[in-house]
Design a protein around this ligand. Structure first.
Ligand SMILES: *Cc1c(COP(=O)(O)O)cnc(C)c1O
Length: 363
């Protein structure tokens, strides 16, 4: 067996320690005589695993008691519909910010259910910036303002908090748990698990309690946050194995020193990689410096034959044990996703490879 460095945007790398523990417990979980996957979700074992995962997550993110934590299914994409259906019982007016591909998908889905005002957009810079604060057209009476703190495809990230009277609703799929946040700044936080939480199949929703009272009548039961919360995420069968693995990831994060420690490591990893790209004349990153993502680093090659060279780069990197560096099909080039579970050594090895590649191919 030889595990390689995985820069996939999602499903993403998982901590090796977590995978080893899951392997050890696969057939017979803690002498229960069966696998986690084979247990009833009503069993005391699974209920305890779910409770522990929630309590560890609450500790990591410092989530107050006036927030509900929901583990559900369907990915962040299902929440694109759940958000308007849960929150527009009183008014259909909603604010959205468009900073890239994931914002666009959230907006398209919201338009099916609500009256969407685009409060700000960075489409005019090809999503290489966060819209300037003085350009925002905010509706303070909107049911909520939705934005995407980290755009996974464009690699652009907010480093400030939008100001509006409406509750902030955020798709944190690709930045959650990368650093401490102030949960009280948000009305709703949601995330697909497969970037920084655990394996695909699990979706996290953190919702302020007072926002559970404004849903629409036609809201499907399985999207109803109040129903899911009232049933401790066990209204139907939750993805028990994914939840167990997420729980192991939360314990791993606590062992690393929690999110303050992760923030230091993540910032250092990102600065190394951006620093190298900026110092080189061979590679470039298109995002304005202050809005660069800590988690997703897109980069291109700046030579006349770059399209061919980028293909060669991805293929050679793969052979060298650096996996999944191809950029998203909509933007091309390369992208290194350097989530929590991607060790600093992976970034160092990538930079060494980039240096070597540039020295062999620079004109
Ligand atoms: C990956 C991702 C999604 C899609 O998540 P699914 O769980 O596949 O629906 C949505 N938003 C962001 C920001 C993402 O990174």
């Amino acid at each position: 067996m030889s595990r390689r460095y995985n820069f996939c945007a999602g499903p993403a790398a998982l901590p090796e320690e977590v995978l080893l523990q899951a392997r050890d417990e696969l057939l017979d979980w803690q002498d229960a005589g069966l696998s986690i996957m084979e247990m009833s979700h009503r069993s005391k074992e699974i209920v305890a695993i779910a409770e522990q995962a929630e309590s560890d997550l609450r500790e990591l993110l410092d989530i107050g008691n006036h927030y509900k934590v929901i583990f559900t299914q369907g990915g962040a994409s299902t929440q694109f519909a759940a958000v308007p259906l849960n929150l527009t019982g009183n008014t259909r007016a909603v604010d959205y910010v468009n900073t890239g591909q994931w914002s666009k998908k959230a907006i398209a889905e919201a338009k099916r259910y609500a009256d969407v005002n685009i409060a700000a957009s960075s489409e005019d810079t090809n999503f290489s910036t966060i819209p300037a604060r003085d350009s925002w057209q905010i509706n303070n009476d909107a049911a909520y303002l939705h934005y995407t703190p980290n755009e996974t495809i464009g690699g652009v990230e907010f480093n400030w908090l939008p100001q509006t009277k409406a509750p902030l609703v955020v798709d944190m799929s690709s930045t959650i748990l990368s650093r401490p946040i102030n949960v009280d700044d948000y009305g709703v936080i949601y995330a697909g698990a497969q970037k920084n939480i655990g394996p695909a199949g699990l979706t996290l929703v953190i919702v302020r309690e007072d926002l559970l009272e404004q849903s629409r009548d036609e809201l499907p039961t399985m999207l109803n946050w109040k129903t899911l919360a009232d049933n401790d995420s066990m209204y139907n069968t939750p993805p028990t194995y994914s939840l167990y693995l997420a729980g192991l990831v939360f314990q791993w994060l606590k062992q690393q020193g929690g999110l303050t420690a992760m923030a230091q490591i993540n910032e250092r990893k990102a600065q190394k990689l951006y620093g190298y790209i900026d110092d080189s004349t061979f590679y470039a990153n298109p995002v304005e410096t202050v809005s660069r993502s800590w988690m997703n680093v897109p980069f291109t090659i700046e030579t006349p034959d770059s399209a061919e060279l980028e293909k060669t780069f991805v293929a050679e990197a793969d052979k060298a044990g650096l996996l999944n560096l191809k950029g998203h099909r909509s933007v091309g080039g390369m992208r290194a996703s350097i989530y929590n579970a991607v060790p600093e050594a992976a970034v160092d090895t990538l930079i060494d490879f980039m240096q070597d590649f540039a020295s062999r191919h620079a004109g």
